[in-house]
Ligand binder design. Sequence first.
Ligand code: COA
Length: 260
Amino acid sequence: MEYQNILFEIRNKIAFVTINRPDKLNALNGATLNELKDCFTAIKNNNEVNVTIITGAGEKAFVAGADISELNKLNTVAGKIFAENGQEVFNLIEKLGKPVIAAINGFALGGGCELALACHIRIANEKAKFGQPEVNLGIIPGYGGTQRLTRLINSGRAAEMILSGELIDASDALRIGLVNKIYSSEELMTKAVEMAEKISSKGQIAVQMALRAIVSCDDISEMEGQNLESSLFALCCGTEDFKEGTSAFLEKRKPNFKNL
Ligand code: COA
């Protein structure tokens, strides 16, 4: 598929996905969502990608939400399909099986905040602003925000953001655990790449099993989760990487993981 609304490249086992509609503050229209679906499906199936970084083009925005010019035309039936379509793409990202880092470089509003929430690690620059302003438009978040935001930052804080539609700045987002770290605009991508490279240098079977256990948390009970964890732990114990990692420690050398 030829991409018109996103940039996509793979360098050194890291995939870089950039939403590229800066004149519309990277608002997610249907075409952009379709491209994201295609691109993340390719990433999922590409063994040459260990980690993905997603960001927005331009100086102002990560993603300023779903495209309001398309929202404006929805009716009840189309609204259900519209929300399910976005949920499907964001579920694909969350359940990708490989880590996705959101490098949030400005406004992350509505669907943009929800996109960040579907990623596994969120870092931001100091200009970033977060919000679920859908109530201002007479709707509610439809791309998983009511669920993921509530689980991440607790129901009281999520209710305040979703019901008031107010934006919060990067330091508040850090304080409530919506992002892990804040960097200057100049540093953000360098830090995202450093984090991606660090994860990419580990044995990828262990990284992917750990991620699988973490992501399952939202879907299953504590005891089911612990059962899954012990099974995934056991799977790791059968890998060459496990033998290599433990032997390297005992032999006081760096491990050479082969993802086997
Ligand atoms: N959908 C469609 N277009 C959008 C958009 C969105 N979610 N967010 C911004 N844009 C467009 C604007 O219409 C404008 O386009 P134009 O130049 O053709 O008129 C362009 O992006 C720049 O936005 P503008 O509003 O002029 O920038 P600003 O710096 O004054 O304000 C925001 C920035 C983010 C505060 C403001 O754009 C905004 O409130 N956007 C909508 C946020 C929202 O409600 N998102 C949730 C949608 S569910």
